[in-house]
Design a protein around this ligand. Structure first.
Ligand SMILES: Cc1ncc(COP(=O)(O)O)c(C=O)c1O
Length: 407
């Protein structure tokens, strides 16, 4: 027995002499040992620290992507999302991928080539959706807000009535500028004008009120790594019946196989059966299921109230430190991602470095149009607690003092 094995190994050994070069060690890295990851407190715009229950869920045994216990976990996600998005629609699921994948899924499925999409641009996420929409052949019209401002209902109404788009996109929580777009009346406006409404809730779902059905939203996408305190990789997604009708009556095939919601919906049981489309990210689905369960256990209203309370605590401390909000109108401020004006003469990057070196604390700078003008602080999920918020305020006070700032 042993000798047969040895003979087999000997036969296998001369692989390199069967026409291949010998293995080169030129790119063999030095033995690095166990992966080394520092502990950090992530108080930027995301990712935020993952809830320990999500991390524990990720270490559970792998199941097959079509095994009934795994399909049950997917069903749990769909059901929790109906609660968290406040919808009766059966079309809820988690897109495999980060927020961008869900963003692409929204546009690719709802917009047909040549159709008009009106994109509300309040920062980089609107810009990105405009870019994506053009790539899928959309006729893009941008509606731009001033920096640090949101779009008024009147301006949206005027643009919808003028351009008569098939789709309107709005970003509920614009993490690059720290603005919260009001959605009041927009769903009804869209319905009256034969237009579907897509809303980015990557930085708001679970932290700020959203009522998908009551607000008349047709497509919502979100992310796992912000308010849900979950590692990125599985992103909440919702479609209304009207959005599903539009998808079913398309004249053209959805241009991405990966994100074709007719096919993905069939993996999630939207039409009664279950068909393989791709291998769902097993551990990410476990973690998202756990994150959504945590939100449901806390209760949506409690979660919204906690985010609001921590936002108020943050600003109490920042105001005391002599800092000011970048978003001038209080009602436009996004509690989940706060933008703070960098005072004249202060080195924003040095303050971020100070917080990281002293406290392993992430304070982020601006992004896109707000780069160099602001710091950004996330109040999200597992991190939205007094201990973290107070540490942020302390780091700001000490970091500013180190630069000789006088309020
Ligand atoms: C508002 C908003 N939309 C979309 C995204 C994209 O999400 P992801 O980075 O998970 O792809 C982000 C990420 O920060 C975001 O803040």
């Amino acid at each position: 027995m042993a000798s047969r094995l040895i003979q087999a190994l000997r036969r296998a050994q001369p692989l390199t002499t069967r026409g291949y070069a010998t293995v080169s060690n030129a790119h063999l890295p030095p033995v690095a040992g166990v992966i080394d990851v520092p502990q950090r407190i992530l108080m930027g715009p995301g990712p935020s620290n993952a809830h320990p229950r999500c991390l524990a869920a990720m270490s559970l045994p792998q199941l097959g992507h079509m095994h009934p216990p795994f399909l049950k976990i997917m069903d749990d996600i769909s059901e929790y999302l109906r609660y968290i998005m406040q919808t009766d629609s059966k079309y809820t699921l988690a897109v495999s991928g980060s927020g961008h994948a869900a963003m692409e899924a929204s546009v690719a499925n709802i917009l047909e080539p040549g159709e008009k999409i009106l994109v509300g641009v309040t920062g980089i996420w609107g810009q990105r959706v405009a870019d994506l929409s053009a790539r899928f052949g959309g006729d893009v019209v941008e509606l731009n807000a001033g920096l640090g401002e949101t779009l008024s209902f009147e301006s949206i109404k005027n643009a919808v009535e003028t351009h008569k788009p098939k789709v309107l996109f709005l970003c509920h929580g614009e993490s690059s500028t720290g603005t919260k777009q009001s959605l009041e009346g927009v769903g009804a406006l869209c319905k009256a004008n034969g237009c579907l409404l897509i809303v980015d809730t990557v930085c708001t779902l679970g932290g700020v009120p959203i009522f998908a059905d009551e607000m008349g939203i047709d497509v919502i996408y979100s992310g796992a790594q912000k308010v849900f305190g979950c590692p990125p990789g599985a992103s909440p997604f919702f479609m209304s019946d009207a959005a599903m009708e539009k998808l079913q009556s398309r004249k053209t095939t959805v241009a991405t196989y990966n994100m074709d919601m007719k096919l993905i919906g069939d993996y999630w049981g939207w039409y009664g059966g279950r068909s393989y489309h791709h291998t769902g990210p097993i551990s990410n689905f476990y973690a998202l299921r756990e994150a959504l369960a945590i939100t449901a256990e806390e209760g949506l209203e409690n979660s919204w109230a906690r985010h609001q309370a921590m936002y108020e605590l943050l600003w109490e401390g920042l105001t005391d430190a002599g800092l000011e909000p970048f978003v001038k109108k209080e009602e436009d401020r996004l509690p989940c991602v706060n933008t703070i004006t960098v005072p004249e003469g202060i080195d924003a990057a040095a303050l971020c470095g100070f917080a990281m070196n002293k406290y392993n604390l992430e304070i982020a700078g601006g992004l896109g149009p707000s780069a160099g003008k602001v710091w950004r602080i996330g109040i999200m999920g597992y991190n939205a607690k007094p201990m973290n918020v107070n540490l942020v305020v302390t780091a700001f006070k000490e970091g500013l003092a180190a630069q000789g700032f006088k309020k």
